[in-house]
Design a protein around this ligand. Structure first.
Ligand code: ADP
Length: 602
């Protein structure tokens, strides 16, 4: 069972337990209340019965002693006197009947002598009260009147009260008054005799029914004494309960309490219907059930709400995610587009930068070409003269010089043409020294023009690497051009512009350093000089693309391009490229290394 289910069920279990406890408490409370009422009532009713008994108990004794009643036993002629006396006594004492029997049980005088139901002449010798009285005992007996059919308590005494009895004086007390009182009190009370037969009852249906199985001997006795006249003794449809204090009669449950009425041998029963308890139990359980239902519905509603909230949140989040995703996709697409555009622009710019560099150098180149052209003219004029003079040796020398000049010019134009071509990125095995020399050839006019000295220190052994030759040359040309620009300014100010190019191998890498004695790169623009379009040479037509393109080329080819402070006082740009191991280290390696480790530029 999950923790969540336990948490869900726990309140229900607690509610169940609480209900059981409350029900139990309610039942106990009602039982205690019932028992208390029963005890009070039983005492009261017992006292009432005993009160009645005590009231009439001595009446037969007094009658037995009175000669007005007993004379008839000796002299039948005294019958009327006796009858009148008994009638008067009955009226005064409110007894139901008073009568005198002779020793055979024949009634010789009775208070109802003038009524149709007169007892005179009738024999009741079989009644136990008569027999007890004959024995000199106090006869007391509940029975249904044989003649009147009215139930009552018979009390009997022998007469004379002492010695051999001649007859018996009897009082019959009407007990219906008791039943009426119980009924009016609205209470369920009944009395049973020693055989368990109900003979007084607030519920008249229960009368003359038995609460227990009757033995045949008892049944015989009942028919002999005619105690309950012709009433057929049926059993009270009562079912004994596990709890002795509970009894079920005619399908109805009662709380049962009883008390003995000692002198008479009766038992009084007081019943309280359990409907009230049942009603409150039903109320308690239905309240509890209602609460449980409310709780379950509440939890379900709450969970439903939480679920709805969660799913709404999920929907919202997934919608947000979708939107984010589509925004990202759009952004990626946009970035790709911009990247493509950038590449196109960069390609165009690289070309423009090259063309700009070519443009800038064209005047220097023109100047460079003009010199050999002028020399060429001079050589040709000289050669003509030597031919006319027949000096063939001088002619040959001149033609050689002309060849040299022409080679120089061809080289120059060749280099320019190559540089202006779109970038070639074919990877080939090159000796970096050759790339450096070619770059210098193109840059040379710029140095000559600005009167800046260029010192080149290359190792004697080849610096072999697999790289894109013309792209490297483009980088070197940019660095040389920038250095020449910086040193040119120094030249203008101090009269000495100087650039030193060194190349060496360091471990597996190849390093080229281009240092100058210019103004250097100050700390505040150090980060920016590699950005595209950053230039401090706006006035002289600088595009601010040289370093950014050079940096990109260096990184494309697996290398780096950094700037340091140069030992010459200006800037030192260092190009590092992955090289191929080759025998022989150069002497200037340590020198370049020193430059690299100089403090950063201001
Ligand atoms: P441009 O030369 O067209 O300005 P670059 O990208 O080649 O474009 O250079 C950017 C800037 O870096 C230059 O404008 C200059 O301020 C600075 N710079 C480059 N080389 C040097 C150098 N050798 N000495 C001092 N400053 C330099």
């Amino acid at each position: 069972m999950s923790k969540r289910s336990v948490l869900f069920v726990l309140p229900l279990v607690l509610l169940g337990l609480l209900t059981v406890l409350v029900s139990d408490f309610a039942v106990k409370r009602s039982q205690i209340a019932s028992d208390k009422t029963a005890a009070e009532r039983l005492t009261l009713y017992r006292q009432t019965i005993l009160g009645v008994y005590e009231k009439y108990r001595y009446l037969p004794y007094m009658i037995a002693r009175d000669p007005r009643a007993s004379a008839v036993l000796d002299k039948p002629s005294e019958g009327e006197t006796a009858n009148r006396f008994l009638e008067e006594m009955a009226r005064n004492s409110r007894a139901d009947l008073l009568f005198m029997m002779d020793r055979h049980g024949d009634t010789v005088a009775a208070s109802n002598w003038q009524t149709d139901l007169s007892l005179i002449g009738r024999n009741y010798g079989f009644r136990p009260y008569f027999q007890s009285a004959l024995k000199g005992e106090e006869g007391q007996y509940f029975a249904v009147g044989m003649t009147t059919g009215r139930p009552g308590l018979f009390l009997a005494r022998p007469t004379p009260v002492e010695g051999e009895p001649k007859g018996v004086a009897v009082v019959k007390v009407d007990t219906r008054i008791l039943e009426r009182a119980w009924r009016e009190g609205g209470e369920t009370v009944f009395a049973t005799d020693r055989n368990g037969i109900v003979f007084l009852s607030a519920v008249s249906d229960w009368k003359y029914k038995t609460t227990q199985e009757l033995a045949p001997a008892i049944l015989d006795e009942l028919s002999a004494t005619r105690q309950y006249a012709d009433e057929a003794i049926q059993s009270l449809s009562s079912a004994p309960q596990t709890d002795t204090k509970t009894i079920q009669i005619d399908g109805q449950l009662y709380r049962h309490n009883s008390a003995h009425v000692g002198l008479l041998g009766w038992k009084l029963h007081f019943l309280v219907p359990q409907e009230n308890v049942r009603g409150s139990l039903v109320l308690i359980w239905s309240t509890s059930f209602g609460l449980a239902l409310l709780y379950v519905v509440g939890v379900l509603v709450f969970r439903g709400r939480a679920l709805r909230r969660a799913s709404a949140q999920l929907r919202l989040e997934s919608a947000e995610l979708k939107e984010l995703n589509s925004r990202l996709t759009e952004e990626v697409e946009e970035r790709r587009r911009i990247e493509r555009e950038l590449i196109r622009t960069q390609e165009g710019l690289a070309r423009s930068s090259r063309l700009a560099a070519v443009g800038q150098m064209s005047s220097a180149v023109a100047h460079e070409l003009n010199q050999p052209l002028a020399a060429l003219r001079m050589f040709i004029a000289g050669t003509r003269k030597f031919l006319e003079n027949g000096n063939l040796a001088a002619v040959t020398q001149n033609l050689n010089d002309i060849d040299g000049l022409q080679d120089r010019m061809a080289n120059l134009t060749q280099e320019l043409k190559r540089f202006a071509r779109p970038t070639e990125s074919k990877i080939e095995r090159v000796d970096l020294r050759e790339c450096i020399r070619d770059s210098i050839k193109i840059a040379r006019p710029r140095f000559d023009e600005t009167d800046v000295g260029l010192k080149v220190e290359l190792p004697d052994v080849p610096l072999v690497l697999d790289t894109a030759r013309y792209r490297i040359e483009q980088v070197l040309l940019n660095l040389l051009k920038n250095a020449a620009d910086a040193a040119a300014l120094a030249h203008e100010e101090t009269g000495a512009g100087e650039v030193v190019l060194q190349a060496t191998r360091l471990d597996t890498n190849v390093l080229v350093s281009v240092a100058d004695n210019g103004q250097g790169v100050s700390a505040d623009i150090r980060e920016k000089i590699f950005d595209p379009y950053f230039t401090t040479k706006m006035s002289s037509g600088g595009l601010g693309l040289g370093l950014s393109i050079s940096m990109r080329i260096a990184e494309d080819l697996g290398g780096t391009l950094t700037v340091n402070k140069s030992r010459l006082g200006g800037a030192a740009f260092i190009l590092t490229l992955p090289g191929l191991l080759d025998a022989g280290e150069t002497a200037i390696k340590s020198k370049i290394e020193k430059d690299r480790q100089e403090e950063p530029a201001e």
